[in-house]
Write a protein that binds this ligand. Structure first.
Ligand code: NAP
Length: 301
């Protein structure tokens, strides 16, 4: 039996593992896709303290290496169920494997919602982006589109307008969900154009994006962009763990800064936690906090 089973091998989960191992606990991290999580989608990370510039994959590898160096065990598998059996947690995986732990840190992350267009996944890193803070600098001096009408899209458009030659803000309605102040700031930017009542239809370009085909008020139009920043919200998927959590309206796990859930021995860290800033640094911070809370729980039970 492990002291701690960490579900999710992104920056939150791997940081939690490193901290817990260093506190003398046995730790298993289960990741379903790629260790490193969402950052592996980022061609270059330039906002993680201590690294001037690193690829997302490289940073993910380093986080994994560090956790394993401290003694973390890892499994590439998808967790399908999690239940409490007496004093232990039983974690069931897609492969049929079952693991037992005295406590669980849920660091399952949240996926950016996708537009659902053809080749969208294939073009990630070749024009399709989900994080302007992470990837905006690669489009300096180039025309881009931002899709969405919430605060994330508005803030992304503002940020990108500082370095990109042109920013088309594509929104499916004629009014924005995000704050009026942000809209007003955008209206003052000469290189920002609102494209309202518009739906994204297709990406143009073979290996790199050269345009975004939209349908605006029933008319097809091609926006000449080299990057498309999708900011239409995030989607956590915590349904398998819902009975041990209190979920907020958007499906994120409610927990305060101490990463405690309403269930004893069950902690939550990173992007799947209800919070306002979802960045690499806040995920790593959560990982440390959740690990130390779990260590304290184990030492007193
Ligand atoms: P959001 O508020 O849920 O907005 C998502 C936007 O994407 C909406 O405008 C929505 O359109 C649009 N959308 C959703 N699905 C779409 C689809 N399939 N195709 C096209 N458009 C689609 O998400 P968010 O902007 O990521 O913000 C999430 C939360 O974080 C919000 O509470 C937000 O206020 C908060 N936030 C706050 C700040 C801040 O600084 N205060 C910054 C960022 C985020 P409709 O409007 O038509 O539904």
């Amino acid at each position: 039996m492990f002291d701690i089973i960490v579900i999710g091998g992104g920056p939150a989960g791997l940081t939690a593992a490193t901290y817990a191992c260093r506190a003398g606990k046995s730790v298993l991290v289960i990741e379903k896709n790629a260790f490193g999580g969402q950052i592996t989608w980022s061609p270059r990370v330039e906002n993680y303290p201590g690294f001037l510039s690193v690829t997302g994959t490289e940073l993910g590898d380093k986080l994994l290496e560090q956790a394993m160096e401290q003694g973390t065990e890892v499994e590439l598998d998808e967790v399908t169920a999690c239940s409490r059996e007496g004093d232990a947690w039983q974690v069931n995986c897609e492969s049929g494997a079952v693991f037992e732990g005295r406590s669980v840190i849920l660091a399952a992350g949240a996926k950016p919602r996708m537009l659902g267009l053809e080749r969208e996944e294939e073009l990630v890193g070749s024009g399709v982006c989900y994080c302007a803070v992470c990837d905006g600098a690669f489009y300096a001096g180039r025309p881009v589109a931002v899709c969405g009408g919430g605060n994330s899209a508005l803030q992304d458009a503002l940020l990108l307008s500082e370095s990109c030659s042109k920013v088309y803000l594509v929104h499916r309605r004629d009014s924005f969900r995000g704050e009026r102040k942000l809209v007003e700031s955008l209206q003052k930017r000469e290189n920002v154009e609102f494209v309202l009542n518009a739906r994204c239809k297709a990406f143009e370009g073979a290996e790199e994006i050269s345009g975004l085909l939209i349908d605006q008020n029933g008319m097809e139009k091609l926006l000449p962009v080299e990057g498309v920043f999708v900011a239409i919200g995030h989607q956590p998927d915590l349904t398998a763990f819902a009975s041990y959590l209190k979920l907020d309206q958007k499906g994120y796990a409610d927990a305060d800064e101490s990463c405690l859930t309403p269930t004893e021995g069950f902690f939550v860290a990173g992007d799947c936690r209800s919070k306002s800033v979802r960045q690499l640094t806040t995920a790593a911070a959560d990982g440390a906090v959740a690990a130390l809370a779990a260590v304290s729980y184990l030492d007193h039970h």
